[in-house]
Design a protein around this ligand. Structure first.
Ligand SMILES: Cc1cc2nc3c(=O)[nH]c(=O)nc-3n(C[C@H](O)[C@H](O)[C@H](O)COP(=O)(O)OP(=O)(O)OC[C@H]3O[C@@H](n4cnc5c(N)ncnc54)[C@H](O)[C@@H]3O)c2cc1C
Length: 350
């Protein structure tokens, strides 16, 4: 009997982990990725000093067992997020921020040595680049003669025995047409399934020194009043390259990059003093402008709403179409750990 043809849609952490787990079972799968880059919501860029800057997923903890086990298996080291020193919390813009220290007993967060893309690149190296097709946006799935016909935006057609989607469910039902149609109950559910961090704006500021640490600040700030809502030290683990990184108020997506940057630097000067103006470079990523991650919801959807819903465990198109992706996971949906959990759940069915 010829090997069944398995296609995985999306080369983010879920898609790559499924391909890797299937490969370990001796099963071959082909990945189709719409973007010209791989990794999806994982994207590490390099600053001018070579400092790694996470534009997407960054942190994990002991509460993320599937991810920790995979990192151990792939021998990828990780390190503790720096939090010691004075942290700042701003409630109102006209009142100076309150100072506090994060207790040593607080649960530890980790970052991957060399950046989260290390995990993506390691999986790609295991799977083999020849099994991954970039710039291949899937736009239609059709059940024909007991197989699934996959059509891409460029007009390519692939014939599959099994298809595994790893798109966030909300994105899946907005971008791919299905023949026959998916059940109405699934369409309605997917439209109300939140895509974790899809609305977020990540920023980083690179510096020649970690002047905040020298002044006994941790680099951690929280604000309910200014553009930077949450920020952490983002320096390299060997303390030789320096940056601050965090999340901006999502409502500032209507501003230009320069306008956001100006507000960010002004806030950093207000919190840490004039030295904050001596930055090397400013970086940002507005995830709500990334149509391969986020499309607007019809109605307000709450964070993690419908994540891990039981309906995502069903198999569609006469037992040939599987739904996966972090948002379908039953453990830590939305997170990297969820992506691996979702991948394990699919791989266990083959
Ligand atoms: C800003 C931000 C910060 C985050 N921080 C953390 C964190 O600190 N810790 C944590 O654990 N998690 C975090 N996450 C979540 C984490 O990134 C995700 O859980 C994980 O990366 C999801 O992987 P995935 O493969 O399921 O989905 P995705 O990464 O979204 O992958 C889906 C893939 O499908 C591709 N695609 C889309 N449409 C099509 C199409 N039509 N045809 C073919 N391919 C298509 C996309 O380009 C993408 O590569 C963060 C996410 C963001 C955006």
């Amino acid at each position: 009997m010829p090997e069944p043809k398995i296609y995985i849609i999306g080369a983010g952490l879920t898609g790559l982990t499924i391909a890797y787990l299937l490969q370990k079972k001796g099963i071959h799968a082909q990945l189709l990725e719409a973007n010209s880059r791989i990794g999806g919501r994982i994207e590490t860029i390099s600053g001018e000093s070579g400092v790694t800057i996470e534009m997407g997923a960054t942190w994990f903890s002991q509460q993320h067992p599937s991810l920790l086990a995979l990192l151990d298996e792939l021998e990828l080291p990780y390190f503790k997020q720096h939090t010691s020193g004075i942290s700042l919390f701003e409630t109102m813009s006209f009142v100076p921020p309150q100072k506090f220290e994060i207790p040593e007993t607080e649960a530890v967060s980790y970052r991957l040595e060399g950046g989260s893309m290390k995990l993506i690149n390691t999986l790609v190296a295991k799977i083999g680049l020849e099994n991954l097709k970039k710039d291949s946006k899937v736009i239609a799935l059709k059940l024909v003669n007991n197989q699934i016909e996959i059509t891409t935006e460029k007009g390519e057609i692939f014939i599959a025995d099994k298809v595994i989607s790893t798109l966030p469910p909300h994105l899946l039902v907005q971008t791919i047409t299905f023949d026959p149609k998916l059940p109405e109950s699934l369409l309605q559910l997917a439209k109300k399934t939140h895509t974790w961090m899809g609305e977020s704006i990540k920023f980083a500021v690179e510096y020649p020194t970690a002047f905040w640490k020298e002044n006994n600040f941790s680099g951690t700030i929280f604000s309910q009043a200014s553009i930077i809502q949450e920020m952490y030290d983002h320096s390299s683990s060997d303390h030789t390259k320096f940056a601050l990184k965090g999340f901006l108020n999502g409502g500032t997506n209507t501003l230009s990059k320069d306008e956001r940057k100006e507000k960010v630097i002004r806030q950093l000067i207000r919190f840490f003093g004039a030295e904050a103006n001596n930055y090397t470079a400013y970086y940002e990523k507005v995830w709500r402008d990334e149509p391969l991650t986020f499309l607007p919801y019809e109605k307000l959807v709450m964070a993690h709403q419908n994540n891990g819903h039981a309906m995502y465990k069903n198999i569609f198109f006469e037992d040939k179409l599987y739904l996966s992706g972090s948002e379908t996971a039953t453990q830590n949906p939305g997170y990297m750990d969820g992506a691996i959990n979702a991948a394990q759940s699919i791989a266990s069915q083959f």
